[in-house]
Design a protein around this ligand. Sequence first.
Ligand code: ATP
Ligand code: MG
Length: 335
Amino acid sequence: MKALHVAEVGPDDADDVLAVVRRAFGARPPLDPPSTALDETPESVATTLSTVGGVLVRRNGDLPVGALLLDTSRLGLLGLRRVSVDPAHQGHGVASAMVGLAEDIAEARGLDGVWLTARAELPDNVTFWLRRGYVETARTGPVLELAKALWVAAPAATATDTQALGVRLSRLLRPGDLLVLTGGLGAGKTTLTQGIGTGLGVREAVTSPTFVIAREHRTVDGSPALVHADAYRLGGIAELDDLDLDSSLADSVTVVEWGQGLAEGLAEAWLDVRLELLTAGGARALAAAGPDRGGAPAMSVPAVADVSEARVVSVRPHGARWATARIRSTLLAAD
Ligand SMILES: Nc1ncnc2c1ncn2[C@@H]1O[C@H](COP(=O)(O)OP(=O)(O)OP(=O)(O)O)[C@@H](O)[C@H]1O
Ligand SMILES: [Mg+2]
């Protein structure tokens, strides 16, 4: 097993980065339109590395075998360009190591996700990204744009904080959106939904829909209606179908408590939202992890006064709808 060393690099490594880019892109079949990667020069690479950065993978101590350049031209997202693996060193996890670090860099920079373009003529390449959770967000001829939103975990010291997270989450929501809420009895699923309702402009009280199973709340200001369902007592997918959530889905924001394993089938995209009790150890771990690990901003954790009430709310996006959404920054905003 030969060791890989992956690191963020600056302009001093421009020659090694360029060498890998030339080996990787030089070995590709001719594409139409051709990639501009082979137009890169030591100067252009050095400029990118000093202004936005890049990643280099070395094998056995020094041999450069993988490289990519970063791009910050899109608000809230980290772009990956010139993603290159030396053809003689494929199949050793070089690309995975590079992309893993690039995603960590995106988190550390407080960004919401990662994007790149890939060529439809290189299906193995496309498959690599799809396996890592990237989804197609646009296509121009043979050029696919792929993106992936990072997941986020936010602490909620009290029920009020959980409601406030719901209000924040509501800012991202539009008709057709589906949220699947998971967490034990009393974890705070309904409490979070109350915040979503407040944010959407629902006037009446949002309460547990357990006995009616699904309830539609109208909003006052043109926001989508909130459809709030509780799948706790449902026997399975057939009973979920009986609720006829599909008929209101397109025009509403649909929130399903206890819907994990059932409700995801209702739409092509959804937010998997989990509420967990935050133990004292968990609070410390979240603080130590900091924002760069999908954790909370360190400064908000001392606010967790009574850990018996504290929850951690995590949001995992699925589907193209969310791939470039600003989920992390919206939930972790300092306001
Ligand atoms: N940090 C917190 N976040 C959310 N709720 C909290 C928090 N701390 C205490 N609570 C209390 O915990 C209870 C959560 O109840 P809620 O009905 O929201 O849970 P639920 O997950 O919907 O439960 P069920 O599975 O029964 O539907 C409320 O009484 C709330 O006031
Ligand atoms: Mg509930």
